[in-house]
Design a protein around this ligand. Sequence first.
Ligand code: SAH
Ligand code: SF4
Ligand code: F3S
Length: 466
Amino acid sequence: MKPEKTINENISAVWEILSKHNTPPSACVHSYGCQLNVSDGEKIKDMLLKMGFTLTENYEKADMVIFNTCAVRENAEDRVFGNLGILKRCKEEKPHMIIGICGCMASLEHVTDRINSSYKFVDIVFAPSALDKLPAIVLEKLSGKKRILCPDQYKNGEKIPVWELEQKRDSSFKASVPVMFGCNNFCTYCIVPYVRGRERSRKPENIVNEVKKLVSDGYKEIMLLGQNVNSYGSDLEENIDFPELLERINAIDGDFVIRFMSSHPKDAGRKLIDTIIKCEKIGKHLHLPVQSGSDEILCKMNRRYTIKKYLETIDYARSFIPDFSFTTDIIVGFPNESREDFELTLKLMKQVKYDNIYSFIYSKRSGTKAAEMTDCISDDEKSRRMTELLSLQREISTENYKRFIGRTMRVLVDGKSKKDGFMTGKSSEFVIVEFEGSESLTGSFVNVEITEAKNWAVVGKIKKEI
Ligand code: SAH
Ligand code: SF4
Ligand code: F3S
């Protein structure tokens, strides 16, 4: 049997074909979902550029469109199928257009079955575990094959180093660096472990070398990514955990800020907090998804912590920095969540005083344990609870952000704000800061004296260098 071609051989073979075109074909990659998926999208873009495509944001004009999808909630799936309808019309006018579906939805059998039977204009489908197969798939497609469906390779137990692929970074000063992939936690509502496979950690030296290179290229924010970064290292031969990885990254020379997400509360202990406090480059903020304020619901969710244990972590951090910033994820309307359960969530929010929350109405995902649970709470009641929760959080945020008035915050400038003449950025606490300033400040650190608090941001005046 002929050995399979390497990824680089496939890239070169596509390049040979495309270099004969007068104008190189263009590709549009659209990523949905979490930052890990966005980072996969950047890997896809890197491979496409190396193959000889140009990149465009305009999918109507592109010769190839790839939707890098998310399956975490039903509305994410609906959006993709809706947008596929638009692509179908584009392809009718431009029959040579190649349409690809990848990402988490491509790992789900009900999705691939539906694409197979009802979306015949989709040319290629590949799961996240088959990311490195993209050059081979494009080569086959250019050689005339009609449809290519690349199955999930994790299902065969294979370990493929897709995580060492390079990324074509969308930003020149903020970089995401995946440290681990997959999830072993099986929270009962969540599809991620089914579509992303088991936990796999990248080797620490590969991560450190990547960050060194990014910092020397001028990157100012390094966001370490994983579904649960706190279990980093448990599958590696080397004896290393996430706080130790953070220390190694903090020791890299340069002026940059380190962030990370997500942390599972069952694994975010004192060692993590000590490291955040000790390491000057780590943002003084922790995203600690609680999901619910009710121990009974947490148990049904298989979260494996209690609110008492959760609050211990918060109190420990605030014993060093009294207004240490916390953000969280909350699910409203988990099957049979009672009014009392919901009120425990509101109580927790008032207690912790989160700077921001990301809240979601529970979405049933077939294949998960929670999908089997009976549920007698109506959709209307779930929506009412969501409205109540959001309005409470608005009050909490406005009150919280007042603590910054009069302080000077060091801000990494993201770019222009929606308000004319204003710029926007984030502080070490991950708080949005707006101030009057010029666009040339984008990508640099500035000191801003805070004068006003809103419910989503603080506003201030730029201070001359201190
Ligand atoms: N690994 C991360 C979360 C990844 S998914 C963590 O554990 O923190 C991001 C968020 O989506 C979750 O924190 C949860 O709040 C939400 N989520 C996941 N599955 C969901 C579902 N079935 N319905 C509604 N929200 C869900
Ligand atoms: Fe999903 Fe839970 Fe894993 Fe997060 S930790 S990805 S919520 S199963
Ligand atoms: Fe969505 Fe997959 Fe991320 S399901 S949230 S894109 S890991």
